[in-house]
Design a protein around this ligand. Structure first.
Ligand code: ZN
Length: 462
């Protein structure tokens, strides 16, 4: 844990002690309870944590058997008629649930428990063509906030510290209403659109951040890196947070080096997804990510679904031990990872994952020189009819190629709109569309959705 040199100002204390607890209470979220639970996990021995994990798995399996048709059917087809005090070996009894969940499975995965309250709908962001609709209960959301508070403390950040986010999910980022702006002010947050990071916009971000003096900055690795490169070229801006969280994308070493040197502070890698958040995070040692094993199970398996030994790359399989509204048990989220078997010098009992090889997106370059985050494009394809997979290649500033898989009649009905939106953002460019039956994977096994041959921020690691 990083020792703080700052004492918190009065607005921060108000936010932490009054505003946030009231907000949580109003939303029916027992964040304090979960924060205490996560602190207890941190104080456990690794053996006690494994034992807790097994207990929590047993509870989740019993629940899923009773209330979730999908898992009841799976368990019964594996010969399990009831779940007693013996935890079944999930790797033998529950096949992996992949992202190709059809609408019927989506429905069958939902809990039928009439007692369950406060269920919120969510949907996948990221890079898949078909969005997955799922639901999360109040416990899930309270646990997410409790876990986040504990992780922030590893990095020396307290709730109520001034925060800046480089964010860019379409439906989360719109013109803020006055009420939303007021709530962000109370919550001590400001947000910048990472889909629109021109030199000019970064100039105004930097000027604003000089005034705001954030203690904590979070964002996509590529957005943070873009902004860090800007700061390294404009030394008049000195922004000195206590910690930076990189999330949602692979954080490459070249990006971490630039970001740490631009802000003169450590960058911590954080791993989660919309379906199951708070999976793992780096501690101050920055040597791999600690899996939040009190509330999640992470398996790493090979092409035949067998566990791979530590140190070897495999597919990540996630089990959420908290959300009962739509349990994810052995869910393959599409990322690859490498487990570590050595203890960490920080003393946390959580096991570690050395590396997460997530989806990779490049930064596109607009005709006006503006950098556009590749996720801007992946968001355009969410929910577009009939698209199973896609790839966008920016050959030069005037030419883009889109390759589509999964449209049987060779005509994607939403393509005109997608093209229009790309031109709105990048300037009028020549866009050709090609339809294919499938894509070859690159050497790391990951599909690259966005490739820019002119981006100055390409890396050579994929
Ligand atoms: Zn550690």
């Amino acid at each position: 844990m990083i020792a703080r040199k700052h004492s918190m100002d009065l607005k921060g204390i108000f936010c932490r002690k009054v505003y946030q607890p009231l907000l949580h209470r109003r939303r029916g979220l027992n964040v304090r309870l979960w924060e205490e639970r996560f602190r207890n996990f941190e104080a456990m021995t690794p053996e006690a944590l494994v034992s807790h994990q097994q207990d929590a798995l047993l509870i989740m399996l019993r629940y899923a058997y009773l209330h979730v048709p999908y898992y009841r059917c799976l368990l019964e087809s594996g010969g399990i008629r009831a779940i007693d005090d013996h935890v079944p070996d999930i790797s033998h009894n529950i096949p992996i649930l992949t992202k190709d969940i059809d609408r019927d499975q989506e429905f069958q995965l939902r809990s039928r428990d009439p007692e369950l309250q406060q269920v919120h709908q969510n949907m996948t962001g990221g890079s898949t063509g078909t969005p997955l609709n799922f639901c999360q209960d109040a416990d899930y959301r309270a646990a997410a906030l409790g876990a986040e508070r504990c992780i922030l403390r590893w990095w020396g950040i307290e709730p109520g510290d001034r925060t800046t986010a480089f964010w860019g999910a379409d439906r989360e980022l719109h013109d803020w209403t006055l009420r939303e702006k007021f709530m962000m002010w109370l919550n001590r947050e400001n947000i910048f659109d990472s889909f629109a990071m021109s030199e000019e916009k970064m100039h105004s971000f930097a000027t604003e951040l000089m005034r705001w003096k954030p203690l904590y900055i979070k964002g996509y690795a590529s957005s943070l890196h873009l902004f860090a490169r800007f700061l390294l070229n404009h030394k008049q801006f000195s922004i000195r947070p206590l910690a930076i969280r990189s999330t949602a994308e692979t954080l490459f070493d070249f990006q971490r080096n630039d970001i740490e040197s631009a802000f003169n502070c450590k960058v911590f890698n954080f791993y989660g997804s919309r379906e199951v958040n708070n999976l793992a995070a780096e501690c101050v040692e920055q040597s791999g990510l600690h899996i939040l094993a009190g509330s999640r199970i992470l398996e790493v398996v090979d092409a035949n679904d067998n566990p791979v030994p530590s140190g070897q790359v495999g597919r990540l399989i996630v089990t959420d031990l908290v959300n009962r509204a739509m349990p994810f048990i052995r869910y393959e989220n599409g990322d690859l990872g490498v487990l570590s078997d050595t203890p960490c010098a920080c003393g946390l009992p959580y096991p570690r994952i050395d590396k997460v090889i997530g989806r990779v997106s490049d930064v596109l370059v607009g005709k006006n020189g503006q950098y556009v985050h590749g996720e801007f494009v992946t968001h355009l394809f969410y929910g577009s009819r009939g698209i199973d997979n896609f790839q966008l290649i920016q050959h030069d500033v005037n030419r883009i190629e889109i390759i589509i898989q999964g449209v049987p009649d060779n005509a994607c009905p939403d393509m005109a709109l997608i093209k229009q939106k790309i031109c709105d953002r990048l300037g009028t460019v020549d866009i050709t569309v090609r339809y294919v039956d499938g894509f070859a994977r690159n050497s790391s096994g990951k599909h690259r959705f966005i490739i820019s041959k002119i981006s100055p921020f390409q890396n050579t690691t994929h």
